[in-house]
Design a binder for this molecule. Structure first.
Ligand code: FAD
Ligand code: SF4
Length: 459
């Protein structure tokens, strides 16, 4: 049962209900704090996860909504007090602190707290911050905003899209748009920063053109975007305008990186950043963690650091002698795309394992033997990828009578790669009636495959 927010002092207020904040709040309760409040400005807990309908989250490679639901269960079971639709606005005091917050349920409120943990995530770098020259027509979005429109609000950003940025969000959106029937004209990027597995599954699988070492030199269009001029960068990092080219498109997605959201604690010197990069300061009880501190590639790392942060905060308040010596968790090794790997991707005897973020480079010898797999599952993957590659399909379907217009769905098992588009088309046509619980089979043997189409969230 939800506990009402009282006027009394909170032991810990966690600001931000993404994976970091949820893990931190649950861990702080588990470590012995009585009154832990989790504040989230959005309608539900989950942070960026509800819009990330693709799989690849956590050791079980769940979808974002599934991973978020499991963490919400942990928060519930731990007895954390949760307030959604509530924005933290300001922090005052030197300990104890006062957190100023506002929202439609609470109104404006000053919340007394012995300790505060900022898990406020990231915001996206915009076109303005990149200073891309040219006109200012409609049709230019950040990739995360377009992801929210498509996966949560049921709106397509456009019909022919160019993506700027070779990070994970750009790569993932390239596949998502393709599966929804949008023409992806290409991805333009100065350098790669996304994970290898995302590059293979989201770009190479769909033969999407990649303009490596290029950038945008101008945006064209009056009311609506009509095209973009791109040019390669020379060794001095300047645009080579002699080689510029015009690419017609009605939409540009800017996927040019994330910036830790620190507005709430910027300028305060008494905040301990819990990411292992700095020593934890003695004294205060203000902490920051997760993407609010630095941008992580995988949710496992964020969750692990969140849980660590919750424990550190609890131990500090409970006066544990080793409060500052708690060991940080070990990070998850993730293989980023390197330009050199592009050569390997062309080699017939080389593959990259897609089963986990490590992305092992798998190489077959002339005698058929396999090198490079970090575990036995990689060997099985390699055999299958050579003979009959399969992929998970994740999508959304129309939800009638639910709180949201869309329900995230996924195939129960990977389907033959050549069937993925057909399964996505089935999802586009499907309408289901709320209420539906996660795991419900919506279509058995979807698209003539051996996989069932499952609800990947409650709706
Ligand atoms: C597009 C995308 C794709 C990804 N794909 C993968 C993947 O496939 N696999 C994987 O492992 N990881 C993936 N990640 C990474 C992972 O999802 C993120 O690293 C993780 O969600 C970060 O967690 P967080 O809790 O720090 O921040 P967030 O999830 O951003 O949560 C922060 C929360 O704080 C709230 N907030 C902010 N300010 C306030 C305030 N003032 N008051 C109240 N609330 C506030 C926000 O509303 C938000 O809900 C992806 C990330 C993105 C963006
Ligand atoms: S071989 Fe094993 S460790 Fe390597 S990427 Fe595949 S699943 Fe991960």
């Amino acid at each position: 049962m939800k506990e009402a927010l009282q006027e009394e002092m909170m032991d810990l207020v966690v600001v931000g209900g993404g994976p970091c904040g949820m893990a931190a709040a649950a861990a702080a309760r588990g470590a012995g704090l009585s009154r832990v409040l989790l504040l989230e400005q959005g309608d539900t807990l989950g942070g960026v996860l509800p819009q990330c309908i693709h799989d690849g989250f956590g050791p079980e490679q769940q979808t974002g909504p599934e991973y978020a639901l499991d963490l919400r269960d942990q928060v519930d079971r731990a007895g954390v007090i949760v307030e959604t639709k509530t924005t933290a606005l300001h922090v005052s005091g030197q300990g104890p602190y006062t957190l100023w917050a506002a929202g439609p349920h609470l109104g404006a409120k000053q919340i007394p707290a012995r300790s505060i943990l900022f898990a406020t995530g990231c915001r996206e770098r915009t076109r303005g911050q990149l200073r891309i020259p040219g006109a200012r027509p409609a049709g230019v979005f950040t990739a995360g905003a377009a992801q929210w429109m498509m996966n949560v609000q049921n709106m397509l950003p456009g019909k022919s899209v160019l993506i700027l940025g070779l990070g994970n969000i750009g790569l993932i959106m390239a596949r998502r748009l393709t599966l929804e029937g949008v023409k992806v004209k290409g991805i333009v990027g100065e350098r790669a920063s996304g994970l290898m597995r995302n590059y293979v599954q989201c770009v190479k699988d769909w033969s999407i053109p990649v303009y490596w070492g290029h950038t945008i030199c101008s945006i064209h269009g009056r009311r609506r975007l009509r095209g973009v001029t791109i040019a390669p960068l020379n060794s001095a990092g300047q645009m080579d305008l002699g080689k510029k080219q015009y690419l017609p498109c009605d939409t540009l997605l800017v996927a040019a990186g994330l910036i830790p959201e620190q507005a709430l604690f910027a300028g305060r010197e008494d905040v301990a950043y819990l990411d292992g990069s700095t020593a934890i300061q003695n004294g205060g009880a203000l902490f920051a963690c997760g993407n609010a501190v630095r941008v992580y590639d995988t949710v496992e790392e964020v969750t692990a650091w969140g849980a660590y942060a919750g424990q550190v905060a609890a131990r500090r308040l409970l006066g544990a002698a080793d409060a500052l010596q708690t060991l940080p968790p070990v990070g998850v090794e993730a293989r980023k795309l390197q330009e050199a790997d592009l050569v390997s991707l062309q080699e017939e005897d080389t593959l990259f394992c897609l089963l986990c973020p490590k992305g092992c480079r798998l190489q077959f010898g002339a005698d058929g033997s396999l090198k490079g797999n970090g575990c036995a599952a990689g060997a099985r993957f390699a055999e299958e990828e050579r003979s009959a590659p399969r992929r998970m399909v994740t999508a959304t379907v129309r939800l009638l009578g639910g709180a949201q217009p869309l329900l995230p769905v996924k195939t129960s098992v990977p389907v033959p790669k050549e069937k993925a588009l057909e399964v996505a088309r089935v999802c586009k046509r499907l309408k289901v009636q709320a209420p539906i619980t996660r795991g419900t089979v919506l279509i058995p043997q979807v698209g003539g495959t051996a996989a069932d189409l499952l609800a990947a969230s409650d709706g």
